[in-house]
Design a protein around this ligand. Structure first.
Ligand SMILES: NC(=O)c1ccc[n+]([C@@H]2O[C@H](COP(=O)([O-])OP(=O)(O)OC[C@H]3O[C@@H](n4cnc5c(N)ncnc54)[C@H](OP(=O)(O)O)[C@@H]3O)[C@@H](O)[C@H]2O)c1
Length: 336
């Protein structure tokens, strides 16, 4: 009889108070049904978008997680039991599992896939080869359609998705501007990520800083929404593109916030604004991986990991990710 610890969503959190909303519980694992796979979690990925699953909003990009459910999230680990021949015991896999020691999944419903065992640091399956990297590639290359020599602005630029979007833009020949909170993050963006300009939105006027961009901003990879989008819109070049990746400024609100005050600039500057959601692109993973793997192996795509030890410390890691405590990708090491 194997015990399984898991985090349960008891009520909708207020702000970043997750301790009042989730509880760590224990159960005994039951036998698998046909078609199910059980994964022993090695690492959990802390993702900003999952904050919306905790809210009661029914107009989000997927339904809210019912109260009383195990909290869902991306996990990386090995198959510990299987009733699906495509996922034999011992396979290293990534998929949408649970904040738990073990996640029981139906592969087709969980985006479960076997990942490359030859990658030196398995955490790169959450980093340069993971969903954040797919998001960065689709957003920069296809939605923002960045061309060499163009100006690309990225918000939440020192986080997981943002730091990858900056590097994808740089690798495709764009001139990259990163917006992030604090001098350490801006230094990281300049020294390690190779942006031309880093703007500390906590200390600088973003709109004023962007007003000096020669010819205007051609592409904006927006992770934040809210006032940040209003600061960028009047500084876009004509025929610019905005790839709406995320709206982290609004994820802890239980209602939709008003749209941008500067929306008229969409017409005045003939902008194209397009939202995109990476689960819509999961079937194209095999197409993205060769380019990402090539960049990883050559050092052209790097991820800094901020790792927390222990399932019991997930809530602290999660709040730290949402409040920008660390640089790069926040992960939790679950296996001892
Ligand atoms: N469309 C998709 O399919 C897709 C897929 C993956 C991720 N995303 C989006 O990508 C964004 C980043 O997600 P992630 O998981 O990679 O997290 P992350 O960037 O590693 O962490 C979140 C970051 O957001 C910044 N932030 C938080 N509140 C902010 C605010 N009010 N104003 C400005 N910045 C704020 C913080 O950085 P600072 O210290 O700089 O404030 C923090 O580091 C999210 O919006 C997420 O929804 C979208």
């Amino acid at each position: 009889m194997t015990a399984n610890r898991f985090w349960q969503l008891d009520r909708h959190p207020e702000g970043h108070d997750f301790a009042s909303a989730l509880s760590l519980r224990e159960e005994t694992l039951t036998p698998l049904a046909p078609g199910e796979v059980r994964v022993a979690t090695d690492w959990l990925s802390m993702d900003a978008g999952t904050r919306m699953w905790m809210s009661p909003r029914t107009d989000g990009y997927q339904p809210p997680l019912p109260l009383g459910s195990k909290m869902a999230g991306l996990c990386l680990g090995r198959v510990s039991e299987s009733r699906d021949a495509a996922f034999p015991e011992g396979t290293l896999v990534r998929g949408f599992g649970r904040w738990a020691d073990f996640a029981t999944m139906v592969p087709a419903l969980s985006g479960l896939e076997a990942v490359d065992e030859t990658v030196a640091d398995p955490r790169e399956h959450f980093g340069a080869l993971g969903m954040n990297a797919w998001t960065a590639l689709v957003g920069v290359k296809e939605i923002a359609a960045v061309k060499p020599g163009e100006w690309l602005v990225v918000s939440a630029a020192a986080g997981a998705t943002g730091s990858l979007a900056c590097q994808v833009g740089r690798n495709l020949g764009a001139r990259v501007i990163g917006i992030a909170g604090g001098p350490d993050k801006c230094r990281y963006l300049r020294d390690e990520i190779g942006v031309e300009l880093a703007i500390d939105y906590k200390a600088e006027d973003v709109a004023a800083a962007l007003s000096g961009v020669e010819g205007g901003v051609n592409a904006y990879f927006d992770n934040v929404g809210g006032p940040m989008l209003d600061a960028v819109l009047p500084n876009m070049a004509h025929y610019g593109r905005v790839a709406v990746c995320g709206m982290v400024a609004a994820y802890d609100s239980d209602v939709a916030l008003p749209g941008p005050a500067q929306f008229d600039q969409v017409l005045m500057r003939r902008l194209r604004i397009e939202g995109f959601f990476i689960p819509d692109f999961l079937h194209r993973g095999a197409e993205f991986l060769p380019m990402l793997r090539g960049w990883l192996d050559s050092g052209a795509l790097r991820m800094r990991f901020a790792e927390t030890q222990g399932l019991e410390n997930v809530l602290d890691a999660y709040a730290g990710m949402l409040t920008g405590r660390g640089i790069g990708k926040v992960v939790v090491r679950v296996a001892a």
